[in-house]
Structure formats: structure tokens, C-alpha cells
Design a protein around this ligand. Structure first.
Ligand code: HEM
Length: 177
């Protein structure tokens, strides 16, 4: 078993600076993921920027989550899906943790596994991709508003927005795949 693991590690010693750790991923998914990261130009520097934004996100996390749920009320079936599969309070808590983790600046096996699991859950509850994407856009707007408020210079603000859009894009790519 140890031998097998080592073999995986050699593939998983990430060439790409943004991917860290080993990989338990299927080789095709792994190769694709590397390309996806290249195509959206997600670089190590972006991850550093995300980590620097984390305190601002944490400061505003309750407002972000409140806005997220307020927004879902536009489509009445969504609240139904939540109430019959979970509860608003439980999901708020889940989302609160999840959004903060987007700013950990780490893309590793746990990150990928978690997104695949989230994808599976959303598929099972019948959440349509269009609503999922609307929720993401709303989340992006909340994050941009925070950046706009907290970041002083135009250059830093641009870098922050670029980093946030890249990580949200990757999230969506993984969850909607
Ligand atoms: C579960 C995130 C959009 C309804 C989850 C989980 C996460 C998550 C992290 C927990 C997965 C786990 O238990 O491991 C997100 C993100 C979204 C999003 C980041 C978009 C930005 C939505 C929308 C709905 C929804 C629009 C509307 C119906 C649910 C439900 C669960 C769930 C019902 C099941 C939770 C359970 O099993 O208790 N979501 N979600 N999600 N999500 Fe979402």
C-alpha cells in the first residue's frame, strides 16, 4: 500500500505552483485541472492575495451569508429545496465556513474532494445549474463590494477582484462539471 501511495505522489508533486500536495484524483481529471488553472491564469500570487483578503471576508461573513439567502427568495422553489433537505440555519453555517475556506489560498486534494462532494449533494437535491450560478454571481458581487470598500488603491483592488473571480470560477468549474 505504501508503495502504491508513493507512485501517486510522484504524479502529484505538483508541477503547477498553484496545486499543492498529492493527488488522489483520477489522472484525466488531474490533467484537466492543471489546464483549467492555466486557462484562467490562476497563479500562486492570486492565492497570496486571497489569503490577504480573508480578514475582510471574515469581518463581513454574516452579512455575506444573509445576502446569499435573501437573494434565494427570488426563486421560491429554492427555499423549498432547502427546507426539505436541510434547514436555513444549518446551511448558513455550512456556507459561512465554506466561503471563508475559499480564502485559505490552498488548492489540494481536500479542496477538490470537498467540491466534488458539494456537486454531488446539489445534484441530488435537484438544484439547477442556473440557480447555482445566480447564487455565485450574488456572492461575487458581495465580495467585490467588500474589496471596493476595504482596498485603497486601484491596482490592489484590481488584483483582489481578479483573484476572487478566478477562485470562484474554479469552484464553479469543479461543481458544475
Ligand atoms: C449543501 C455550498 C448554492 C442548497 C451545501 C454545502 C456547501 C454548499 C458547502 C455542504 C456540502 C456538505 O455537506 O459537504 C454552496 C455554494 C453555493 C450553493 C458555495 C453557491 C454559491 C446553493 C443553492 C441552494 C443550495 C442556490 C438552493 C437550494 C443546498 C442544500 C444543501 C447544500 C439543500 C444540503 C445540505 C444538507 O445536506 O444538509 N451547499 N451552495 N445551495 N446546499 Fe448549497
Amino acid at each position: 500500500l505504501g508503495f502504491k501511495k508513493r507512485k501517486e505522489t510522484s504524479r502529484g508533486t505538483f508541477i503547477d505552483e498553484t496545486l499543492v500536495g498529492n493527488t488522489r484524483m483520477n489522472i484525466d481529471h488531474y490533467q484537466d485541472l492543471k489546464k483549467q488553472i492555466k486557462m484562467i491564469n490562476l497563479q500562486k500570487q492570486d492565492l497570496v492575495v486571497l489569503v490577504s483578503l480573508k480578514p475582510f471576508v471574515q469581518e463581513n461573513i454574516h452579512a455575506i451569508v444573509e445576502q446569499f439567502y435573501r437573494n434565494l427568495k427570488h426563486e421560491s422553489s429554492l427555499m423549498g429545496i432547502i427546507e426539505s433537505n436541510s434547514s436555513v440555519d444549518r446551511l448558513k453555517q455550512t456556507l459561512l465556513v465554506h466561503i471563508q475556506e475559499m480564502f485559505d489560498g490552498k488548492i489540494d486534494d481536500d479542496f477538490i474532494d470537498k467540491r466534488l462532494k458539494i456537486a454531488h449533494i446539489h445534484f441530488k437535491i435537484g438544484l439547477q445549474p442556473k440557480w447555482y450560478m445566480c447564487a455565485f454571481q450574488d456572492l461575487l458581487l458581495s465580495l467585490i463590494a467588500i474589496i471596493h470598500e476595504k482596498i485603497q488603491t486601484k491596482e490592489e483592488s484590481l488584483k483582489a477582484i481578479e483573484a476572487v473571480t478566478k477562485i470562484l470560477s474554479l469552484e464553479q468549474q469543479l461543481v458544475l462539471d
